[in-house]
Design a binder for this molecule. Structure first.
Ligand SMILES: Cc1ncc(COP(=O)(O)O)c(C=O)c1O
Length: 491
């Protein structure tokens, strides 16, 4: 392999990072091809006139992020299936050479370059489609009447304070108090209201946390498979990702980086309903993880996105409530219990991080919109939220059961469902001679939208796994969707 790499002595990036960027770019632009063998660290170091440790470090980064794979005894190769391949939207994949050159000539920042192509392809929902796409909910069941009357009440009594800038980027104080109370009751989160920070969706929480904690080249550990919204955010901030396998008890603690590995600042996980496998992190592992983070002086981001929906068994208290060392940043959202377009979520930050997160929030957007915060405060304090959650828990619980039963009835031993009875989606392993793409295509022709779990995997191999959202479908549609899916699987 003939690779000419020129290092920039004035760059703020260390040599190993420059080499990493160059190799990654070469892989993504097709200069280096899938399956191609890369030179040994010794040979590469010799040809570039740099130390072998530098090369080893870049290779390790590329290995952990799924660009390279090592085959015992025969060397290191470019992965056949690259992470970006799966993440790129179809627009991006179909980008002409001319368009790519134009993008490259924009001289984007490292941040800009790393987020190109992360926008999912736009899709218009079709009426006839039975969509098992995760992330949807029952939009008909949203209590719009109560919401609307609170909205118009606040609108009518609108005063100057509601229309002006506030000098508090952390959010409307009564809402922060209401959330602290709700979290103590429902999730055993322990916090003062002044630790609660209102943000525009969990996505903004992840972005702000990354801004204040992550420098380019820092390591962030996250579940593999895991949530793309988190992965893209950490990558955009220049983090090296450390994928950690998940088993029946959640994230596998022994797979976290050893003490000698690069500086690990953050561990991101979804402990109460792992996305997408649905596993729940066991209590012994929760305690182990907290101890581990404390020893390593790392922060844990606990994304508790859908844990209100648990359909059996005892409720699982949040990791945050067990934390005695202020290591957990807890993130929760109203996207699942109300509706995503509301764009209100919250984090509960350790006291040590509140001030810096307030500065980051102010610089990002000054504050979240106020009218909705007033409305939400009453919605929680008047008991509407918890009533709505109870109703939805019954409805979604039945839908999950219907999905599980229909899968078992139509697919029998060709299907295995993973994870606990919780949340708004489940993961199913389907045995078939057909490829995932073929199954998706055939199901699509029968009016069923299916989503492969492959995109959520960073390192491990995955085929035949699908993530099926059920919350937005009536029981009848679920049964019909599974019936059509079984037809799609027919030989
Ligand atoms: C793991 C996970 N976290 C968070 C969210 C919600 O994000 P947001 O609050 O930005 O709507 C989702 C949405 O699907 C999710 O799957």
């Amino acid at each position: 392999m003939d690779l000419v790499i020129t290092f920039d002595s004035k760059s703020v990036l260390p040599l190993h990072r420059q080499l990493y960027e160059e190799l990654r770019r070469s892989i993504l632009t097709g200069r280096l091809l899938p399956g191609q063998r890369v030179p040994s660290t010794r040979a590469m170091a010799r040809s570039l006139g740099i130390s072998r440790t530098t090369v080893t470090q870049s290779y390790e980064d590329l290995l952990s992020e799924g660009y390279l794979q090592a085959s015992h005894g025969s060397g290191t190769f470019i992965c056949e299936q690259l992470p970006e391949e799966l993440l790129r939207s179809s627009t991006e994949r179909n980008e002409t050479k001319e368009a790519r050159l134009k993008r490259e000539s924009l001289q984007l920042s490292a941040y800009g370059a790393s987020i190109v192509g992360t926008l999912p392809a736009e899709s218009t929902p079709k009426d006839t489609l039975i969509s098992f796409k995760p992330g949807t909910l029952d939009y008909e069941a949203i209590p719009l009447k109560q919401w609307g009357s609170l909205m118009s009440r606040h609108f009518r009594s609108c005063n100057r304070a509601m229309l002006d800038y506030t000098n508090n980027p952390l959010g409307y104080v009564p809402l922060r108090e209401a959330i602290a109370g709700y979290l103590a009751r429902s999730r055993a989160v322990r916090c003062d209201p002044d630790q609660v920070i209102i943000v525009n969706g969990s996505q903004q929480a992840l972005d702000l946390i990354s801004r204040v904690l992550i420098d380019r080249g820092d390591t962030v550990a996250m579940e593999d498979p895991g949530y793309l919204g988190a992965r893209h955010t950490f990558q955009a901030h220049g983090a090296r990702l450390w994928p950690v396998a998940v088993d029946d008890s959640g994230i596998v603690i022994e797979r976290l980086p050893a003490r000698s590995a690069a500086k690990l600042k953050v561990i991101y996980l979804t402990p109460s309903h792992q996305f997408p496998t649905g596993m729940v992190l066991s209590l012994p592992r929760r305690l182990e993880l907290l101890q581990w983070a404390q020893k390593r002086n790392a922060f844990i981001i606990e994304d508790d996105y859908d844990s209100e929906y648990r359909y059996g068994g005892r409720p699982i208290p949040a990791l945050q409530g067990l934390d005695k060392s202020d290591s957990v940043v807890y993130v929760g959202t109203f996207s699942k219990v109300l509706f995503p377009a509301l764009r209100i979520a919250y984090m509960v930050a350790p006291k040590s991080l509140v001030a810096v997160l307030a500065c980051a929030k102010r610089l990002a957007d000054r504050q979240s919109p106020l009218l909705e915060q007033y409305v939400l405060t009453d919605f929680i304090n008047d008991g509407h939220l918890e009533r709505h959650i109870r109703r939805m828990r019954t409805l979604y619980g039945r839908r999950r059961q219907t999905l599980a039963r229909s899968l078992a009835m139509h697919l029998g031993d060709r299907v295995t469902i993973t994870g606990e009875s919780a949340g708004m989606h489940l993961m199913a392993q389907i045995k078939s001679r057909r490829s995932d793409e073929e199954i998706i295509e055939r199901a699509g022709r029968l009016g069923v939208e299916l989503v492969s779990a492959r995109q959520y995997y960073l390192r491990s191999e995955c085929s035949g796994k699908f993530v099926l959202g059920f919350a937005g479908l009536t029981e009848r549609k679920i049964q019909e969707g599974v019936r059509r899916l079984s037809k799609a699987l027919e030989e």
